[in-house]
Design a protein around this ligand. Structure first.
Ligand SMILES: NC(=O)c1ccc[n+]([C@@H]2O[C@H](COP(=O)([O-])OP(=O)(O)OC[C@H]3O[C@@H](n4cnc5c(N)ncnc54)[C@H](OP(=O)(O)O)[C@@H]3O)[C@@H](O)[C@H]2O)c1
Length: 328
């Protein structure tokens, strides 16, 4: 294999077109070689727009292409499992969008399908690769706020089209699946543990049938609590706040950081003479490129990805628990 892996893109999904493919094209370790769509004209329009060599009119053709080293799967959530498993069967390393599947059982089948064949697999939770997330986790581990007591998170935005995949129950949409999954993920990342209980309340759309606004609470064995809210109908907002025995940290631009702008970690620490406050500037970084690089280097060097795919299954278990609670 060359030092640059050759990516194939499964569908003309918006997130690929706008963010992930340009980030892969900016990566030192990958090139985007082909795109597949259910519609060959859509695939050709996409390859023309982004300067990609090959357009396919079916997903099967992409999986059969021997010149593709890895697949990026940004299909609707309900199709992540079916097509990722087909990638595994075709021996194609795969980076699959978040949330990993429709539920934890499906997610586990995906992880097993790749593990059985020793094929690389990872979930595309890009915010984890941003230096801001890495630094906050390091600060926590270094005791910057004492013992962690509570994680508060939120992620909302306002959908502009009613035919969006996020409003389809059949395609496994909903606020928790789409954006609440980040809140669950960051809570698990920062605590370094799995919650023992979780409860949620939600507003289910009368037409869509999916949770359009949801609030959840999580409790961990250690006594840490997590609480969050997410929405497909609210003002754009994505943040988390960590409270500890001796300080607190706030991150206002938490999940979708601009590659062109610095972000800030706000840190209060209790001291003998009162609280000290510092604002830490994190230089701009492209989370998607860092994620694509990690995957490519894992493939080139034959090492595991930075975040094990099993993490995606554990995230789905929490999502399942919360959705069950909200429906009850
Ligand atoms: N990590 C992130 O920052 C991020 C951000 C946004 C979304 N996402 C994730 O990325 C995935 C895609 O989201 P998106 O907003 O980009 O989706 P989208 O624009 O609606 O694209 C989904 C694509 O899936 C294909 N598809 C196959 N069967 C379909 C069906 N029955 N209905 C609709 N589309 C179908 C279509 O491509 P063809 O017509 O070309 O076959 C379509 O373009 C989701 O899992 C989402 O959670 C991640």
């Amino acid at each position: 294999m060359t030092e640059k892996i050759r990516w194939g893109i499964l569908s003309t999904a918006n997130i690929g077109r706008k963010r992930v493919v340009p980030a892969m094209q900016a990566s030192a370790h990958g090139i985007v070689t082909a795109v597949a769509s259910r519609n060959i004209d859509a695939a050709r329009e996409y390859t023309d727009e982004l300067g990609i060599a090959t357009a396919y009119g079916s997903y099967e053709e992409l999986l059969a292409d021997p010149n593709i080293d890895a697949i990026y799967n940004p299909l609707p959530n309900s199709l992540h499992a079916e097509w990722s498993i087909q990638c595994a069967e075709a021996g194609k390393p795969t980076l699959c969008e978040k949330p990993l599947a429709s539920d934890a059982a499906e997610a586990q089948m995906m992880v097993d399908a790749f593990a059985e064949r020793s094929v690389l697999f990872a979930e595309a939770f890009m915010y984890r690769f941003h230096p801001q997330t890495v630094q906050v986790k390091q600060m926590l581990d270094d005791g910057a706020i004492g013992d962690l007591l509570a994680v508060e998170a939120s992620f909302s935005f306002r959908l502009t089209r009613e035919d969006n995949i996020r409003l389809s129950a059949e395609l496994a949409g909903g606020a928790l699946m789409d954006v609440g999954c980040y809140c669950v993920n960051v809570t698990r990342l920062m605590t370094g543990a799995e919650p023992v209980t979780g409860h949620a309340v939600a507003h289910f759309g009368a037409t869509s049938g999916v949770d359009e606004v949801l609030a959840g609470v999580l409790k961990f064995e250690s006594g840490i609590v997590g609480h969050f809210d997410c929405s497909l109908r609210g003002q754009h907002n994505h943040r988390y706040h960590l409270r500890g025995t001796h300080g607190k940290i706030t991150v206002e631009e938490a999940f979708v950081m601009s590659p062109d702008r610095a972000t800030f970690i706000r840190w209060w620490q209790a001291g003998p003479d009162g609280d000290t406050y510092r604002e830490i500037t994190v230089p701009p970084a492209n989370s998607y490129t860092l994620m694509a690089d990690d995957f490519a280097l894992a493939l080139i060097d034959g090492r595991p990805p930075r975040y094990a795919p099993q993490d995606g299954v554990e995230n789905m278990r929490v999502i399942d628990m919360l959705l069950q609670s909200a429906r009850a």
